[in-house]
Every structure is written in structure tokens, then in C-alpha cells.
Design a protein around this ligand. Sequence first.
Ligand code: HPA
Ligand code: ZN
Length: 345
Amino acid sequence: MPPSEAFIRGIPKAELHLHIEGTLEPEMVFDLARRHGLPLRYPSVAALREAYHFDNLQSFLDVYYAAAAVLRDESDFHALTYAYLERAHADGVVHTEVFFDPQTHTARGVSLEAVIRGIHAALTEGQARLGMTHRLIMCFLRHLSADEAMATLEAALPFKDLIAAVGLDSAEAGNPPSKFAAVFARARSEGLLTVAHAGEEGPPEYISEALDVLQVRRVDHGVRCEEDARLVARLARERVPLTVCPLSNVKLRVFRRMEDHNLKRLLDRGLCVTVNSDDPAYFGGYVAENYLEVSRALGLSRAEVTQLAANSIEASLLPQASKREWQEKIRAFAARAADCRAYAP
Ligand code: HPA
Ligand code: ZN
């Protein structure tokens, strides 16, 4: 049975791969540039949106880092984050784990404290008003040096209680996980959990390195694991979650068309695959749009969409008791939907 749009939007789910800077919509770029008196290279919102055509990861990152320059103070980070939470809530997200890139902002003279406090205040407000729980994940830019990542980690330690994990993003090829072995070891010694982007544009060896050297508890993207059958078997056996981002993968040409995406094959192999939006302002949709497009292109069934939602809770950093509660709610939601069908005229 193919899932309806209402089913996809309604089923409770967690989002686990979301760069808060990637939720910066062109309208907000213009609002913030006006507020701060900053010049923009584009004459209009439409012209900026038009620029969102990418050949690969780097061509996207160039636009993404340039747009982030309009984020100047704590209230900007608060507005950005709260706008995302409202959209995610409308897509059935009950728990979100949000990445942020401190180095993108501190390099422009914005304090780490303003970034963290702005995002965290919005997350706390979202929990009170929308009932969404959250975790915050601080990412290091892998095109910069390990020393710079270490300095960023040290500067963030006073805010450690607000951060659940560290991650690794930006240009993957040529910047293997092992480059950050010491930084991640230090983060773990401070009680922080670890995740990393690997196997998006980089080879399957980077996925193994992320697991063995950085000791990540899940892999962001990870879709290139398919090039190594033994790695796929390991990911399935160990139930290592992959935070897959279908629209991102097509926009950045990891797959040519959504019909070519390997999400269903990986799901069939027993991997803990999840669906996420990555940088939704740039890639054409928030999380429900990712579920919808990948479901349509690959012909996913309602049972498979239910499995993806269940995987997102399993792969989250929530405590076991909350995971059990959400798994029960997902089961009940799917059963109710099946009953409605059965009794429809
Ligand atoms: N890959 C690497 N770095 C990123 C991405 C991504 O998909 N999005 C934002 N930073
Ligand atoms: Zn990402």
C-alpha cells in the first residue's frame, strides 16, 4: 500500500541530520541583510533562489557559507532556529538533533556564546510550545585544520552542558576522519558523543575510519557504503544508523535521479536507514518532502515508511524510555491508518 501524504506528514519521526545554517531561507537572508545594513550580491529573493543550482558538494558549500554571513547576533540564531522548528513540527517531527558550524561564525567575529545561546533558547522554546525535544551537535569544518577544530572544542567546553555531541562536515574528499582523531578523542573524554559525515562524496574507507577512529555512533549520509559489500554487512550487523538525505543527494549529484537512490536497497539489507533534510532551504524541501519524494521515486510501502520513522527514533540520542514510548506511538499511528483504510467505503 503506498503511503498517503497525510500518513507521511503525520507519522511521528525524529530528524537527525539538519544543519541549522541550511535552513536559512532566501527571505530571511534579505531580512537579516537589511537589518544589519549588509550588501548582498543578489538583487532579489528570486535571484538568490535561482542561484541554488549545484554541481557538487563544494559548489553548494560556497553559496551556503556566503549566505550565512547575514547571521550576526544571538537573535538571528534564535529566529533561524525557531523558524525551522515550526516547519519541522508541521512535518511530524517530534524530536530533532540539530547541527551547527561554529567556525563559520566565529571566523566573522560572531561569538560562540551568541551562536549557542541563540540556538539553544529557540530549542528550549520549541520544546515548551511545540512539544519537540532536541539535541545540539557541534560540527567541525573538515576543510580547516585539526588544530583549529581543537581550539573550537576548547572554546565550547564552557557550554558543554548544552551540547550532546560533536560532528564533522564540509568538504569531505581529501579530509578523512582520521585527520580529527585527537579532537574527537578529547571530545569523548569530555563526555560528548560523536557522529561524522562520511561516504557522501568520500570513499567507503572514510565510513570505516569514522567508526573505528572517531567511534561515531552513527554515520551522516554513508550512502557510498554500497561500494564495499563487507562494510554493508558490518553496518547491518551492528545496526549502525545512516542519516540519509535524499533531496540533498540528488541536488549535489551523489545520485543522478531520485529513482537511482540506494535507500531502499540499504533498507532491504537491514541497515538502520533514516530520512533527513540536511539543508532544506537549499535542497527543495524539509523532512516530509524528503520522505514523499523518495517514497514516490522508489515505490516505498506504508510499512517501509513506518520502518524509516521507527529507525529515526532508534538512531536518536533519546533515552531508552522515550524511545520505547515513541516506538509505541509509531506502531499505534500505523495501525490506526490501516484500520481507516479497512473501513473506508
Ligand atoms: N555535507 C558536508 N557538509 C555540509 C553538508 C553536507 O551535506 N551540509 C552542510 N554542510
Ligand atoms: Zn549534512
